[in-house]
Design a protein. Sequence first.
Lengths: 292, 281, 220, 220, 249, 249
Amino acid sequence: MNKVGINMKSKFLEKLMEIVFFISACVSIISVILICFFIFVNGFPAIAEIGVFKFLLGKDWSPSNVPPSFGIFPMILGSLYVTAGAIIIGVPIGVLTAIYLAKFCPKKLYNFLKPAVNLMAGIPSIVYGFFGLVVLVPLSKNIFGGNGYSIITASFLLGVMILPTIISLSEAAIRAVPRSYYEGSVALGATHEYSTIFAVVPAAKSGIIASIILGIGRAIGETIAVVMVAGNQARMPAGLTKGIRTLTANIVIEMGYAAELHRGALIGTGVVLFVFILLINGIFSVVKRRMA
Amino acid sequence: MNRLSRLSRLSRLIRYTIKFSAIITFGVLFFIIVYILVRGIPYLKPSLFALEYTTENVSLLPAIITTIIMTVLALLISAPIGIFTGFYLVEYARSGNKLVEIIRITTETLSGIPSIVYGLFGLLFFVTALGWSFSIIAGAFTLAIMILPLIIRSTEEALLTVPNLLREASYGLGAGKLRTIFRIVLPSAMPGILAGIILSIGRIVGETAALIYTAGTVAKIPENLFASGRTLAIHMYVLSSEGLYTNQAYATAVVLLIVVIGINALSTTISKKLTKGNIDG
Amino acid sequence: MRSRFDKELDLLNNELIEMASLVEKSIENVTQALIHKDVELAKEVIEADKEIDNMENNIEARCLRLILQQHPVARDLRLISSILKMITDLERIGDQAQDIGEILLTLSKQNFKRDLIYLPKMAEATIKMVKESIDAFVNSDIELANQVIEYDDVVDNLFVTIKDELITLIREDVDFGEQSIDLLMIAKYFERIGDHAQNIAEWVVFSITGEHAGERKIQD
Amino acid sequence: MRSRFDKELDLLNNELIEMASLVEKSIENVTQALIHKDVELAKEVIEADKEIDNMENNIEARCLRLILQQHPVARDLRLISSILKMITDLERIGDQAQDIGEILLTLSKQNFKRDLIYLPKMAEATIKMVKESIDAFVNSDIELANQVIEYDDVVDNLFVTIKDELITLIREDVDFGEQSIDLLMIAKYFERIGDHAQNIAEWVVFSITGEHAGERKIQD
Amino acid sequence: MDKIKIENLNLYYNDFQALKNINMSTQQNKITAFIGPSGCGKSTLLKTLNRMNDLVEGCRITGKVLLDNEDIYGNIDVNMLRKRVGMVFQKPNPFPMSIYDNVAYGPRTHGIRSKRKLDEIVERSLRLGAIWDEVKDNLNKNALQLSGGQQQRICIARALAVNPEVLLMDEPTSALDPISTLKIEEVIQTLKKDYTIVIVTHNMQQATRVSDKTAFFLLGELIEYEDTEILFSTPKDQRTEDYITGRFG
Amino acid sequence: MDKIKIENLNLYYNDFQALKNINMSTQQNKITAFIGPSGCGKSTLLKTLNRMNDLVEGCRITGKVLLDNEDIYGNIDVNMLRKRVGMVFQKPNPFPMSIYDNVAYGPRTHGIRSKRKLDEIVERSLRLGAIWDEVKDNLNKNALQLSGGQQQRICIARALAVNPEVLLMDEPTSALDPISTLKIEEVIQTLKKDYTIVIVTHNMQQATRVSDKTAFFLLGELIEYEDTEILFSTPKDQRTEDYITGRFG
Ligand SMILES: Nc1ncnc2c1ncn2[C@@H]1O[C@H](COP(=O)(O)OP(=O)(O)OP(=O)(O)O)[C@@H](O)[C@H]1O
Ligand SMILES: Nc1ncnc2c1ncn2[C@@H]1O[C@H](COP(=O)(O)OP(=O)(O)OP(=O)(O)O)[C@@H](O)[C@H]1O
Ligand SMILES: [Mg+2]
Ligand SMILES: [Mg+2]
Ligand SMILES: O=P([O-])([O-])[O-]
């Protein structure tokens, strides 16, 4: 009798909680729908009004001109340049550092360096940006000339900022490689270095690539730090030592005071950024599927 | 003889390259930290911690309090939803299920969206559409959505590391799903989930772009949830972009760094403490 | 599992001992029957052989099952394989007791012409051998086993003595011919029982040391 | 590993067949020696027994090693355990051939008083049994094995005939007593060889079917 | 009466038929062993006996499995079924909690709360699992700190604590060293008098040592089901013979 | 002459002495088996033979290990040593690359670049590993897609490709099913004529099947070292007897 009672009650609870869990699971779907909806609904009319080609490929961004001109091509290029620079600087160093941490680092030192990497990941971008502003900008001015706010400065800063992402994920991927690969190689008479590079790292390939892609995503999406060091001139890139404006910077700088079509154009910039990120995510999930 | 030296020459080259990279990475990191500490610590004056913000003292305290409120609020919204979603994905959904696919895609999408886009969305939805104007609550909801994928992901991963053997054992004893989840799976997954939550805190504390146009930049302790307020990160952004308070910005950077270091330390101790005893699984 | 195996080994041991004691009993009985010309006892011995054969089959099956199930090695394997062999010898001893019993049935129909002096002695000697070989097995007593192996010569010599005795007797009395053939048969059977006892003793040695005690006794 | 095991089993088989053919040879020889009163041949048989004993030891060791190493089951285990038993029988046949040889040595010193008619017949019959039991093993021929088992009755009957014959002869001639005892012994040996051949045939049946062909022959 | 009776059982994983028309039955207090090459469906069949295959996606069944003459795929409470038909897994899988809590988990699930009663059950189960003496002074120790063999005995005790009638074991010793294996086999032997046991093993020696009856499977079919001794000494099917003598494949 | 000779070998993991004064030697073209209960030091001793224990932190050695009369702990090139003394591990561990690249990995490491030569080595090694026929049409297939038993034979082939003199195997079949196990044992048998082989196994039956000599270890000590047949039929030490008959522990 009692048993049956327990069963009935627990059956009801089971069902109820399943529903609760299900509703929770739907929240993220709803969120994405809302985000898409609001960004696109507010962005598309403006893009349509400006004209898709004019908007995407237009080389002139002068919202306060009469008539205003809303071409974001310079910003698209800006984002791409800065990201490419960050990859060139960050990826080799990041991956090699990950290898160092996973396979070369003495244990005592590791206990110190690993938290350091975590710290690096945790440092807010505003702090990086501030550091760039007070250290890198003057430094770049001295070395490369110009006013210091430049593609190089931004690339370098972003390169540093994506290091922890690449290092942590790559290191995890390398560590996840079964020790047996390494032992198998060493047992064949290969050296530690040879075994690491030719047996262990290839086995972690997909994890490392995934880390790089994530790093790229982070670089494209980074806002505050770039704003503080890139100069933010809304013009076609004029050289590595010259300033530039990225898509993210465009939004954050002008959103505060923009209205009407200008505001729509900024949201449209967000749409473009959003699409970029979707593309990168798509690539990421393809890589991840390969990995499995 | 020759072969041997080829192998060892190659090995040496590899070793040097790797060490060189590591030196660069950690050199830069330590330079940043040391530089900021050296420049910032001298300006950590008591006046920075005054209850009231004025343009004279540029007090941090209101920002700190706002940050704490913001963190708690965002977590209160996000953590249960995220953890429950994890439960649903791992314990209930069958792998062929379309819904699961969709949820996976959406969480991945959410986690890739740049914070400035969250900021835009918050501005359009919470601030404008819902009419909450620049407010703590608008900021918190924006952040909650932003950290949701992090919590879902870490919950999911933590649940997945709980060996199926344990679930089977529980079902095999005639236990139902709920009991299995709460008595067997959750305790084992707790460290992973907590680690995810702590990471989220880190993100909230450091976030700028998503908050500028949702929570606003008012430098007072907010009176209620619908009042505007600035977190530490925004505070620093404002200080540094105004260009007048560089020294105070250094000091704020120190505080932020200390908070981040504290959070990191906390997360490692917690996960260590919780993993002790159930090493294997 | 070991404990189950040990239990099974114990059972096996016990069964072997039981079979051995049946066999002992049989040759004792047949000896008594011989001395006292006791037909009933002889019949009993003949009956008992069935039981002994049964036991052989059981023990053999048990040995094979243990080999199948337990994969014995070292001492265990030696023990089981020794037992597998010993039961053949025991069974043969049983057979021979039965054979003697059957001869006694015909003999007793006639009148015994004479009592042989040496035959009972020989019977006693073989009984001693069988008993001691079994004792050696039960107590894992290598020394005793070796004594049994030695002692077989005594029995062999007794057989030669009896044979000579009989030939003399035939010469003295032709009618004794038929009986003497039967008596010689009996002596021969005892001699063979001695051989089998010796074999058992040798298996005992093997099961303990893993080595065959010299070449096994091979002639009848 | 199976292929190694199969190789070992082949070796074992071959050794058994070799041993069996040695034993066959011995009883054939001893029969010839009996018929032709050939002392040399008798001596050869006595010699050959050593070889047979050796082979028995080897085969036994190989069987135990296979049990130890390969944990045979099913047919493999039956085969190995049958061989383990069959070699005992083969060895006994060898012994008995040797024993007959030894009697022939003494007999030939005297003059044979008479030629027995039935003894060579009996010898032939037992040779046939041994041969066929081995053939049955080689060809896994259950039918042949069963024939051998049947055929043992023929040999047993022959023994009774010979015994009666001898008793009559003793009555006719006292001096024949000693010789007749020896001849009876020889007949007895052949009868036992027949028994052992029957046993072999039964092991053949067991190794193929896993079942004992009725109760094994238990009386001598 | 048959404790378990399997009638015309077919099992599909999506399109793949993993079990083909299985018919067999097990008696009370007997140990049945399932043997066969990897992938022949041993584990699958075992899991059908307490419906653990319900947890497997895409798994579909036709035919009947009767426990005490009642179809377990009929209208019954699965949790109650699993209480009656306990299971021990290949890899020892104690919960990450104390030894006591591990064993008490099942009874608590089924509503037993009284401390005294739980104590009693825990002790009885641990004794049956032949692990009581080794852990009685350390019942609060985390079960994961025990050795593999001890863990597996804890798992057996845990399964016994809910007082099942049937005990299913899927290669319960394959993750253990030989000595622990012997210990477990011994436990299985002693459990026989109270339980009906079905054990999957890829170790034929183990099957010969512990089981009363043995079922040999090949590609989802039940090839031969016999007394263990008979199956291993005189198998009827050539495929069985080939497999047990290692001639297979 | 002894191929490997171990003299007064002691091995410590930090303070724990894992091997105690080991003395033994192995001849060319013989298969030596190490048996003993878990933790007795079998794997440890095996690893000392090609200095894989160098990879273990806190591991310290006294005594000598002579390979062809040369002390491998003396002044020698460890990589060359490991080329001469190959190793096959418990769990098959092919690299995540093609079958061809797996086998060619070792030769490439040691500087062989010629495609023709590599082809030759790969084929010869795969043949020796008794896996050539199964993979010859699929040399570009990822080795991880093979079954466990095939993977293990690939690993054996990989070890053979650098042309070692000695082959060490640490429980090479413990992760495999019985049929794959038999195949590997067969390979080991055929390799015997060209290599000196040392194999660790917790499976005593395997030791009796494949090895010429067997060494029994207990708590880091070498208790008995004998011809396999003798050790398993008439062991001299009571502890050996207890272990092999399962009376241990
Ligand atoms: N969840 C599943 N989905 C699809 N096929 C499965 C699933 N589980 C098992 N199978 C397939 O069913 C067959 C039987 O599997 P099962 O696990 O019962 O084999 P087994 O006899 O227990 O083998 P092993 O000895 O390797 O444990 C195999 O061919 C397997 O590939
Ligand atoms: N890296 C290590 N550090 C400390 N102790 C170790 C280490 N490796 C092994 N040991 C200890 O050394 C002893 C021997 O270990 P080893 O691995 O050689 O045992 P084994 O005989 O191979 O056992 P198994 O059959 O379980 O593989 C064990 O007591 C083990 O705990
Ligand atoms: Mg299975
Ligand atoms: Mg080991
Ligand atoms: O009893 P046997 O026939 O072997 O002397």
